[in-house]
Design a protein around this ligand. Structure first.
Ligand SMILES: Cc1cc2nc3c(=O)[nH]c(=O)nc-3n(C[C@H](O)[C@H](O)[C@H](O)COP(=O)(O)OP(=O)(O)OC[C@H]3O[C@@H](n4cnc5c(N)ncnc54)[C@H](O)[C@@H]3O)c2cc1C
Length: 378
């Protein structure tokens, strides 16, 4: 019995861990990823703002040594969902079950002028390079702007402007800088009115410009101007952009997508292909694109695969819950817990920013590294 897991991000790591815990070396789990290490999304902001060095946030897959699991570092070139097989640079693999957890790819080139006149900070490379860029920045107008929907971790642009504020204060540059946040959403975190009003309050207190219901459509690098979807313009000295998201090309070419993403049964994470599951950002399951949702979907997919292998009734169902830590700057973190149920408005709980939650967030990352890699972080 072999399970092929495509992608070793939040979803793939959780799924692999669950299967190994359950079966040990009774079954074979082949986990394939092109990268050599895992990086949390939130670590990108930590590196960008100089809170930690890049090497400290890379978790190399060579440490992923679990019973029954084989990690293959290779690029997946073709997926055949009907045959539950893939072609990779390391050869052909097939499985009794296939789980697609390949996330969302980022395409800065899709926004005219972004590559030439701005900087994306959503890829690992882009965020790490932004650290140098920020350290050379001498003050001026900064725009943090979203260029298309959907985008990963909808709170991240709000966190970015708050961390940027602190960063510029620490460097003595805040008074000669302006910070503007351009977002396609009406409020910073629509499922949590309490979190949204707390964010809008601190944006006002810290003189951060809030531009809702807007997308940045293009940059004009010669004029240093960002153009919005409604035709308005905003000048900048530094543009930090959230680029276009799409499924990896290999997923698009597999024929599994509908309207750009893989449709799944929202309760079971099954695709329309027998024995093939998809979890996380690569799907259109109906929750935001964030690691905590990918992880919970992966645990449901894992439990269903366990039941199918054991010949037991599969009862586990996805509940749409996710818990998100929100950087507020000033070394404080807030917590938002949201449940997305199909056909119903999302329900959210909000815990105000505190230093205690700052510590709890660090524990959240450390706990996962311990579980997925069987080693301490740091
Ligand atoms: C700045 C920022 C902050 C964030 N903060 C948070 C946060 O605080 N909390 C949170 O929950 N989420 C956060 N996120 C979002 C989170 O990082 C993603 O939503 C999450 O990683 C998605 O998990 P996934 O398993 O679906 O995909 P991913 O984690 O993206 O994993 C996909 C994997 O597939 C691999 N892959 C893709 N194509 C191929 C191929 N052709 N061949 C081989 N391998 C391939 C990739 O290398 C990758 O490792 C943040 C994101 C950003 C950018």
């Amino acid at each position: 019995m072999r399970v092929l897991v495509l992608g070793a991000g939040f979803g793939g790591l959780e799924l692999t861990t669950r299967l190994s815990d359950e079966f040990g070396d009774e079954i074979e789990v082949v986990l394939i990823d092109q990268a050599d290490s895992f990086v949390f999304g939130f670590s990108k902001l930590d590196v960008m703002f100089g809170r930690i060095v890049a090497d400290a946030v890379r978790h190399p897959y060579r440490y992923l040594v679990k019973p029954g699991v084989r990690f293959v570092q290779s690029t997946i070139r073709a997926i055949n969902p009907a045959a539950r097989s893939v072609e990779t640079d390391a050869g052909h693999f097939d499985g009794d079950f296939l789980v697609v957890a390949l996330g969302a790819d980022l395409d800065p080139g899709a926004t005219p002028g972004l590559v030439e006149g701005g900087h994306e900070f959503y890829t690992v490379e882009g965020a790490f390079a932004a650290r140098e860029l920020l350290s050379a920045f001498d003050g001026g107008r900064v725009i943090v702007g979203v260029t298309s929907t959907p985008f990963k971790c909808p709170p991240a642009p709000s966190e970015t402007v708050l961390l940027l504020h602190d960063y510029l204060v620490d460097r003595g540059l805040r008074e000669r800088s302006q910070i503007s946040l351009v977002m396609p959403l009406p409020v910073p975190i629509p499922p949590s009115p309490a979190a949204s009003s707390a964010l809008l309050e601190v944006f006002a207190q810290r003189d951060i410009g809030w531009y809702p219901n807007q997308l940045v459509r293009e940059l004009d690098p010669s004029a240093n101007v960002a153009r919005f979807a409604d035709g308005n313009e905003m000048p900048y000295e530094l543009f930090l952009g959230v680029p276009t998201h799409r499924v990896p090309a290999v997923v698009a070419e597999s024929g599994m997508t509908v309207n750009g993403w893989i449709p799944v049964n929202p309760l079971t994470l099954e695709t329309s292909y027998p024995g093939v599951f998809a979890v996380g950002d690569v799907t259109s399951v109906g929750t935001p694109k964030a690691g905590v949702f990918s992880e919970r979907q992966a645990s449901v997919a894992a439990e269903r695969i366990v039941s199918l292998i054991r010949g037991a009734p599969a009862t586990s169902e996805y509940d749409g819950r996710g818990l998100c830590y929100l950087e507020f700057g000033h070394d404080e973190v807030a917590r938002v817990e949201v449940t997305f149920l199909s056909g119903q408005p999302p329900i959210g709980n909000y815990d105000a920013p505190s230093e205690t939650l700052f510590v709890e967030k660090a524990g959240f990352g450390a706990e996962r590294i311990q579980r997925w890699f069987d080693r301490a972080w740091g």
